[in-house]
Write a protein that binds this ligand. Sequence first.
Ligand SMILES: [Zn+2]
Length: 435
Amino acid sequence: MTLTAASEQAQTEVVDLCAELIRFDTSNPTSDERAAADWVVDRLAEVGIASELVESAPGRASVIARIAGDDTERGALLVHGHLDVVPADAAEWQVPPFSGEIRDGYLWGRGAIDMKDTVAVMLATARHFARTGTKPARDVVLAFLADEEAGGKFGAHWLVEHRPDLFSGVTEAIGEGGGFSFALDDTRRLYPIENAQRGMAWMELTANGRAGHGSSPNDENAVTDLAESLTRIGRETFPIRLIEPVRALLEEAARLYGVEFDENDIESSLARLGPVADFMQVVLRNSANPTMFTAGYQTNVIPGKATARVDGRFLPGHEQELIDTIDRLLLPSVSREWVNHDIAMETTFDGPLVDAMCDAVRAEDPDGHPVPYCNPGGTDAKAFTHLGIRCFGFKGLKLPHDLDYGRLFHGVDERVPLEGLRFGVRVMTRLWQSC
Ligand SMILES: [Zn+2]
């Protein structure tokens, strides 16, 4: 099946929609989402789609819309994207980061891949369905969210806590974190579809010691104890824990490369997988990296206290292992408390929605291979999991093989290929028709 000319308009306007979105400076912090949210309401209203704008705090706006599907008895599909972006320093960029400029086949600007591209795809697809009177296979709830980049306190988490009614009947969700292409070689691509996420264990460490003169002996120096604890954490090699989505991706890559994958000899197996091994290093194990250290006020004064921060991440099913490891590495004088502690997630890679995502990718990219994927970080999906919603990361973005996608995230000269946006509309259209 080829998508008809009716979707041509959607594939054309998706570029303009994305450019206009980029021109709203929704930097988080320093700005807000209200103007962009009003604009989303207008773009939906233009084609007769009613929506609700919800403010969690002045200016912190999200927009929710519900599109009736063919089968209203089935659970609804939530499709969510965030309106905010991380800040950008214009001096570092080749183009002004909020200009939405088109150059060399790319649309440039902050948010071009994280994630105003997908927001534009959601809008273009919804407008296409409305204009043509097409219904999705089941109800689709669209959520354009505030505050993802700062953890969703004014966005997804706030809505889940204060307005769960907006998501009533939703059983499954797709958001950012997967569904992009990853080049295997010159002709073939993986499409990692996120069905797992690592959890967050950000902690503050405090060493309590004995204050004193900097010239005197002191075997209870808080700075020394904290530094030693941090060094142990930073140098710790966490063991490989092969969770199911990671194993499945590595096995499929090995099959496509025609090399052996032996899960009892991971290191050798990884060595045969080239760029895939580098891509997957981050989700092979738990991790904990010291990131901040504060102590003292004068060279000749030993402070009684020193504090530090550690960014800890754990794989689904391995949270306790991370906590136990950290506690083993800390000296007795050092205590820890959570700064940000959030769940890991994992769902099985099966069912009609997974089939529909895989089929949509294969239909638009015959050399594309959908695979399960564990996101090393976190997204708004963590919030929706609290409503019992089964969450996936899927955007439908085909990328040129010479583009370093990972580096563009929160990076300088963020840009999205125009063809990638069009591809996204075609994939999303197929998905909504068959989900
Ligand atoms: Zn994002």
